[in-house]
Design a binder for this molecule. Structure first.
Ligand code: P6P
Length: 338
């Protein structure tokens, strides 16, 4: 009756986190409450994103809607929903959002122990053509919620308690790690619940796919150029890798996590620190990759060891299958020796 059990023994994300919490008897359920508010935000964004196309058709998005209100851009709307959900959870003290120049310090009366760094709608430029986009988040614990300061979020990614993303695509996939492996949940719209569909995700040790914006090739440094050349014209007679690049980080990382391979956003002459943001793109995705048995490298060091000095700092990133990232690390090591 295994199938039956699966059908009737619904492992929702809330139940999963409660099980996890029992591993930390000291936690007073605060993390579960925090996560439930993040999940609420994702359910809202999933619904809004799926309607966005329709809204456009009936002339709502970007113009005044039927109530004559200025329809907000989805990324602005999503940010407001997440900020309000996180503040009202009563479990946060600092919020860093890709949409807000400054960090949000929660009203002392509503403060909790957690700091959340997030990109409410990463890849939002892809909405109008229906390409998958996503929410990315990471969670730190503040030293002292009443004395919360930016130091609590200018921490290396290895200090994160949890990280995850929600991808709004053909289905709504929520991928989460609380430091004990990676689990994937799929939204069942009829229940309005995220159900465990990908337990204990492990990334293949080596992949057949590389994922990079080849349009930046003229600006790449030596090791990146050499690595991509190797993917296309392998010297050892192995088959070439396939190129898959969506241009939406959550979609490219989700595919890499499930199928294996390597995702690269290197530094280049135009942007010496690459394009992706450390706190709410590089760290959460690197955290997940390591928890799934892969790795993440900045071109200089293990991504999760990086100590950011600004909340919107950028970093180059190479992440994915363990063996694939090893290869690019060797090429950067050779460059240092040369
Ligand atoms: P490019 C989307 O704008 C984003 O921030 C990530 O989601 C994505 O990986 C990257 O930028 C794409 O950048 O320069 O290749 O268009």
């Amino acid at each position: 009756h295994a199938a039956d059990a699966h059908r009737t023994d619904l492992m929702t994300i809330t139940r999963y986190v409660l099980n996890e919490q029992s591993r930390h008897p000291e936690s007073r359920g605060d993390f579960t409450i925090l996560l439930s508010h993040i999940v609420l935000g994702c359910k809202f964004v999933c619904s809004a994103v799926n309607k966005a196309g329709l809204a456009k058709l009936i002339g709502l998005a970007g113009e005044t809607n039927i109530q004559g209100e200025e329809q907000k851009k989805l990324d602005v709307l999503s940010n407001e929903v997440f900020v309000k959900a996180l503040v009202s959870s009563g479990r946060t003290c600092i919020l860093v959002s890709e949409e807000d120049e400054e960090a949000t310090f929660v009203d002392p009366a509503l403060r909790g122990r957690y700091c959340v760094v997030f990109d409410p709608l990463d890849g939002s430029s892809n909405i109008d053509c229906g390409v998958s986009i996503g929410t990315i988040f990471g969670i730190y614990m503040a030293q002292d919620k009443d004395k919360a300061s930016l130091d609590d979020v200018l921490q290396p990614g290895k200090n994160m308690l949890a990280a995850g993303y929600c991808m709004y695509g053909s289905s709504c996939a929520f991928v989460l790690s609380t430091g004990n492996g990676v689990n994937g949940f799929t939204l069942d719209p009829s229940l309005g619940e995220f159900i465990l569909t990908h337990p204990d995700i492990k990334i293949p040790k080596k992949g057949k796919i590389y994922s990079v914006n080849e349009g930046n090739a003229k600006n790449w440094d030596g090791p990146t150029a050499k690595y991509v050349e190797k993917c296309k014209f392998p010297k050892d007679g192995s088959p070439s890798k396939s190129l898959r690049y969506v241009g939406s980080m959550v979609a490219d990382v989700h595919r890499t996590l499930l199928y294996g391979g390597i995702f690269l956003y290197p530094a280049d002459k135009k942007s010496p620190n690459g394009k992706l943001r450390v706190l709410y793109e590089v760290f959460p995705m690197s955290f997940l990759m390591e928890q799934a048995g892969g790795q993440a490298f900045t071109g200089k060091e293990r991504a999760l060891d990086l100590v950011p000095s600004k909340i919107h700092e950028r970093s180059p990133i190479f992440l994915g299958s363990y063996d694939d990232v090893e290869e690019i690390k060797a090429l950067y090591a050779d460059e240092i020796k040369a």
